[in-house]
Design a protein around this ligand. Sequence first.
Ligand code: ADP
Length: 298
Amino acid sequence: MSISTEGITKTYNSQKALNNVSFEIPKGQIVGFLGPNGAGKSTMMKILTGYINTYEGDAKINNIDIRKYPLDIQHNIGYLPEHNPLYTDMYVREFLNFNANIYNCSKNSVEDVIDLTNLSPEAHKKINQLSKGYRQRVGLAAALVHDPEILILDEPTTGLDPNQLVEIRSLIKSIGKDKTTLLSTHIMQEVEAICDRVIIINKGEVVADEMLDDLTKNQQQIIHVELDYSVELEAFNRLSKVKKAEEIGLYTYELHFDTDKDMRSYVFDFAHDIGLKIKTLNRKNQSLEELFKSLTSK
Ligand code: ADP
């Protein structure tokens, strides 16, 4: 299913939260909706999920006007709102059954979604006994229980610790393979880790709309690696195509490569060969970061 918006303007009292926003997202794409706080991301998502229906312009799912058929549309959308609204006194399975009933789904669909989101070990617990990462999984599971074709995720990783971040991102990436996904965030690494495309919004206006591949093409590649011990900078010269290595923190190094081929696995092998462990390894997409800063700092 596809998503399209044309000339969406939304005003709260006298303040414009969205100003003439248009974009098309084809079936199957994972799009990062990136913007600073207050840019209008949540407002757009509430429009796409039928929760806000007073606005100018058109918002459509598969060419069907959301305002005309909000309930039909909601059956095809999985929505994880910004403040994941869980009934924390409920047990995980009970809460998911409750959601499944809303959509007339079978009990099997609850077990399927528990498997899909790796919730099995926690499914017998009350939601208020879960860590924030598992609560996000429950929110995702609730959004997925009716097997929607479209996923709308509003800042799904806010407040998670680094391990939980990695887990939830990889979960979204794998689930997103079969869905059309719009994911809002103000974290650039999130877009780089998950998305095919980025739409940047600032003060209610779309200021950039690019495929990630186009952004990274011909760009210098920068990798930040955190090791469990220090390394002489010269040692990094053993890595092919390395142009520059700098120490940027305790046991943390910034490596510049002269290639757009993803060098992370080579850095991994390098650390392994010299007997060190990698604590974190991130590819920095300098162009996205620069683009974001230049477009949203005004
Ligand atoms: P984001 O999700 O990017 O942080 P929002 O869509 O939440 O941005 O907000 C966009 C702008 O609209 C902000 O200035 C915010 O204060 C304002 N806004 C959002 N919701 C309301 C509301 N219910 N009433 C009045 N103003 C609102």
